[in-house]
Design a protein around this ligand. Structure first.
Ligand code: AMP
Length: 179
């Protein structure tokens, strides 16, 4: 399996959810056992030996691979959720989206100061939601933060936007935003 083959398995859906957006649909890659294992193993390879204690997944597509990666790394899994979904005491971050604003939440006691955290999501576009996730994790005062996405959408400068906000920022695959 190569990165090129996995990219070929990702479906582009034009004009979803609104006109002008080229939606990168990973479900077509997830349903292929060879692509699924490749994605999990590539993430595990990169982060093994770094002492990661918790893998934080961003709702909802960050929940797909994060627990599988966590199990391989011997780490736990922690969800970042949309507002009012988590039952215990939470911390929140509100951030600006293209239209209006959005909030994300985590349980206040989900992470400890000695945790080394890997934050994972499926796609890095502008980096706005990942920057908010980093800010949220920082509120809990962890030791180190690594960031990983399956796909970077080239041309939206997400990597540039996140520079300096975490220890290391990595995407497995790079796809042109208009492809
Ligand atoms: P951003 O905050 O701009 O980096 O957007 C990242 C979030 O929006 C991720 O959770 C993605 O799942 C989703 N997203 C943004 N653009 C796309 C796209 N073209 N195709 C699929 N998902 C996208």
């Amino acid at each position: 399996m190569t990165a090129k083959e996995v990219i070929a398995a990702i479906r582009n859906v034009p004009d979803f959810p609104i006109k002008g957006i080229q939606f990168k649909d990973i479900t077509t890659a997830l349903s292929r056992p060879d692509c699924l294992v490749w994605m999990r193993d590539e993430i595990v390879k990169r982060y093994k030996g770094l002492g990661i204690t918790q893998v934080v997944g961003i709702e909802s597509r960050g929940f797909i691979l994060a627990p599988a990666v966590a199990m391989e790394l011997g780490a736990g899994f922690v969800p970042i959720r949309k507002p009012n979904k988590l039952p215990a005491e939470t911390v929140s971050v509100t951030y600006q989206k293209e239209y209006g604003e959005d909030s994300i939440q985590m349980h206040k006691d989900a992470l400890k100061p000695e945790d080394v955290v890997l934050i994972h999501d499926d796609i890095l576009a502008t980096g706005g939601s990942m920057a908010a996730a980093i800010e949220l994790v920082k509120k809990l005062g962890v030791k180190k933060i690594y960031v990983n996405c399956i796909i970077e959408l080239e041309g939206l400068n997400g990597m540039e936007f996140l520079k300096g906000k975490a220890e290391d920022i990595n995407c497995l695959l790079s796809i042109e935003v208009d492809e």
